[in-house]
Design a protein around this ligand. Structure first.
Ligand SMILES: Cc1cc2nc3c(=O)[nH]c(=O)nc-3n(C[C@H](O)[C@H](O)[C@H](O)COP(=O)(O)OP(=O)(O)OC[C@H]3O[C@@H](n4cnc5c(N)ncnc54)[C@H](O)[C@@H]3O)c2cc1C
Length: 456
């Protein structure tokens, strides 16, 4: 059997990466498969009783001019607001501006002295002798910022965030996302000169009416062309036959042939649907690790006293590591006089201790009293964060290369088994579409089954 020109490109997953890929491919040639009832993936929005909640904060930090123009164009009708970040770290019972390493004036006197001295020692050490690349994320923060900042913020915060020891993580997972202030900025911050403009995310865009799902919905419309895109919602994948170039979906009895497959579903889930993996591929698949996310949507019947968009909470006495307020960005995300919050919980498997979450929010000034809480919803997300350990990169390189050899392009944050923003997911989808189009008209051999052509 060889794939024919009539066979579609199958795109698995209708998050931003899958939608972007579908948008770049000719719509009549694409079948888009999504397990959920709606498109959007992590960029989904839940609405209830006039409250609007994204999957925690989903702000558009756009660095790429093409993506910025696309988003502005797609959401021109809905409108976008541009907002200056208000982010803090709640530490030693005070709100310290984010990033903490550039604002240590907010820490108590003795802690401030130790953090500054530690930072200067670390910088001097790096100037005096060349060091080998850091072995772990722990090493990285100590080398960059000194032991005291690591002890007071980085290690406790990221241990809560990951739910595992930072010794097990490589130092590259946040590259491009980690605020790296200069020595002058850190010293200035210690002297009380507030540093608000450090980091990639000082300003962000967001749909003016609230709800990041407006973006994937607009992308779907753009991808749909003149209604020729075939979209299968509430459909999972049963099995993938790589040699035969066909896929079995849960929504239909037979097999569907494909010319190429763009997969944005989590990489291990994709591999688990391919029977008979060669041993080295099966071994690499076993190296893929992730951690889940547990978060709460909190609806308040009263306004919040907090001004911040989001707050980092490193201290172990609080059961959450980050929280934020949607309505501080767009007040329309709750009925008038109300507020919509999210809270990211450190313990992702035990029983939720809601009263300690509420009392933590009260101590921080996020809520006036427990009576203000109208409802709380708990939500869990599998594979929220890919674990960047020593084994990840080699395993991912091997797996993506092997899949591409069968015309399966696995991309997006979870298809590429990486850390990335919404912008990265869109760019990844575009790239996968170009890779599919690059096989257009080329003589290709799939799985040793003879030669066939894959025109698009
Ligand atoms: C907590 C959190 C906060 C974030 N905050 C921000 C932020 O503020 N700004 C920012 O730019 N980025 C943020 N991101 C990152 C951003 O959400 C992702 O980069 C982006 O949404 C990933 O898109 P994707 O299409 O690659 O993956 P996904 O959104 O995961 O899409 C994959 C799709 O595949 C579907 N699927 C899965 N399995 C199957 C299956 N077996 N069959 C069919 N379909 C399947 C899923 O339902 C989903 O729709 C955040 C991410 C998280 C987890």
């Amino acid at each position: 059997m060889s794939a024919g020109a009539a066979e579609p490109v199958v795109v698995l997953g209708a998050g931003l990466a899958g939608l972007a890929a579908a948008m770049r491919l000719p719509s009549k040639a694409v079948t888009l498969v999504e397990r959920e009832e709606t498109v959007g993936g992590k960029a989904r929005t839940h609405r209830r009783d006039g409250f609007t909640f994204d999957v925690t904060g989903h702000w558009l930090h756009l660095r790429d001019t093409t993506v910025r123009a696309l988003v502005q164009d797609l959401l021109a009708g809905e409108g976008l607001v541009e907002i200056g970040r208000r982010a803090k770290v709640w530490i030693h019972d005070a709100m310290v501006p984010y990033p903490l390493q550039a604002n240590i004036h907010g820490l108590p006197g003795e802690v401030r002295r130790r953090c500054l001295a530690g930072f200067l020692r670390a910088r001097a050490g790096r100037l005096i002798r060349r060091r080998p690349p850091p072995e772990s994320f722990d090493d990285f923060v100590v080398t960059q910022y000194g032991q005291a900042l690591a002890d007071h913020f980085f290690t406790p915060y990221y241990t809560k965030f990951w739910g595992l020891s930072c010794n097990r993580l490589t130092s590259d997972w946040l590259s491009g996302y980690f605020p790296t202030p200069s020595t002058a900025q850190v010293v200035g911050g210690a002297l009380g000169i507030r540093q608000d403009s450090v980091g990639y995310n000082t300003r962000f865009l967001y749909p003016a009416k609230g709800g990041i799902d407006l973006l994937p919905r607009a992308l779907l419309e753009a991808a749909n062309g003149h209604g020729r895109l075939s979209v299968r919602l509430s459909t999972d994948v049963d099995e993938i036959d790589l040699q035969g170039g066909r896929i079995k979906l849960t929504s239909e009895p037979g097999w569907l042939g494909w010319r190429a497959l763009v997969s944005t579903i989590p990489l291990p889930d994709l591999l688990d649907r391919i029977p008979g993996l060669p041993p080295r591929i099966a071994a690499a698949r076993r190296e893929l690790r992730s951690v889940p996310l547990r978060y709460l949507n909190v609806a308040l019947r009263a306004p919040t006293m907090m001004r911040e968009h989001w707050v980092y909470v490193p201290e172990g006495s609080y059961p959450f590591y980050r929280m934020g307020v949607f309505t501080n960005a767009v007040p329309e995300m709750a009925p008038p006089g109300c507020a919509a919050l999210w809270v990211e919980i450190a313990d992702r498997s035990g029983l939720l201790d809601l009263s300690s979450v509420i009392s933590g929010l009260e101590r921080m000034g996020a809520i006036g009293s427990a009576d203000d809480v109208l409802f709380v919803e708990q939500r869990d997300v599998e594979h929220a964060y890919v674990v960047f350990d020593d084994a990840r990169q080699a395993a991912v390189d091997l797996l993506l290369g092997w899949l591409a050899g069968h015309h399966v392009f696995s991309c997006g944050r979870y298809g590429g088994w990486a850390y990335g923003s919404m912008e990265d997911a869109i760019l990844d989808g575009f790239l996968a579409a170009s890779r599919v189009m690059a096989i257009n008209g080329r003589q290709v051999q799939r799985g040793g089954r003879g030669v066939s052509r894959y025109p698009l």
